[in-house]
Design a protein around this ligand. Structure first.
Ligand code: FES
Length: 194
């Protein structure tokens, strides 16, 4: 008698290996485990990369600008003497990932007040930022751009400037005058650091 082909197709192959009872569940578990390990490794590698890429967004553009900077010897600013102009130069500058050498931030005028204390004013005119100069004959600071004038104490005397010269924090250490550099919004009556 000829064997039934349908019955033959459904009959188990005696030579085939026996199927594992937990096969599909085990494969699913291993797949999930490998995905989880891959995710953890990717996250671990992403942290330093993101920190490197985002570093400039979190970093200050200019280092040392917030720190007091030595600008002159105390002895250079004499009581009753003329104001002394000094450059404000940061020791280091950072721009994004790059770190460079000294960077000029601006300039200031140093004045010995009647009480002997040293005062510092930014040299930028509070009108539109031109550099003010000391007029020894008139005993005033003058701005060459639009003729604003300021007294030796920085007070506004005339011109389009809406306020007096902007004072900077100053202190003396070891015979050196240290100034904390600041920029201020221009052309405003109210002083606003920027
Ligand atoms: S910038 Fe000084 S008066 Fe205009």
């Amino acid at each position: 008698m000829t064997p039934d082909p349908a019955a033959q197709a459904e009959a188990p192959d005696p030579a085939a290996p026996a199927a594992s009872p937990g096969g599909p569940r085990r494969r699913g578990f291993l797949k999930a485990l490998s995905l989880a390990i891959g995710a953890v490794l990717s996250a671990a590698m992403a942290v330093p990369v993101l920190r490197y890429v985002l570093f400039p967004a979190r970093a200050r553009t200019v280092d040392s600008g917030d720190e007091p900077i030595a600008v002159a010897d105390e002895g250079a600013v004499r009581a009753g003497g003329p104001p002394v102009r000094a450059e404000i130069v940061a020791a280091a500058q950072r721009d994004g990932w790059a770190k460079g050498g000294p960077a000029r931030l601006g300039a200031c005028w140093l004045v010995r007040a009647p009480d002997g204390a040293i005062r510092a004013f930014t040299a930028a005119c509070p009108h539109l930022g031109c550099a003010v100069e000391w007029d020894a004959g008139a005993g005033k600071f003058r701005c060459p751009c639009h003729a604003s004038a300021f007294g030796v104490g920085g007070d506004r005397e005339w011109g389009p400037a809406k306020r007096g010269l902007d004072p900077l924090d100053v202190r003396v250490e070891g015979g050196r005058i240290l100034v904390r550099f600041r920029r201020f919004a221009a052309d405003r009556a109210r002083r606003a650091p920027i």
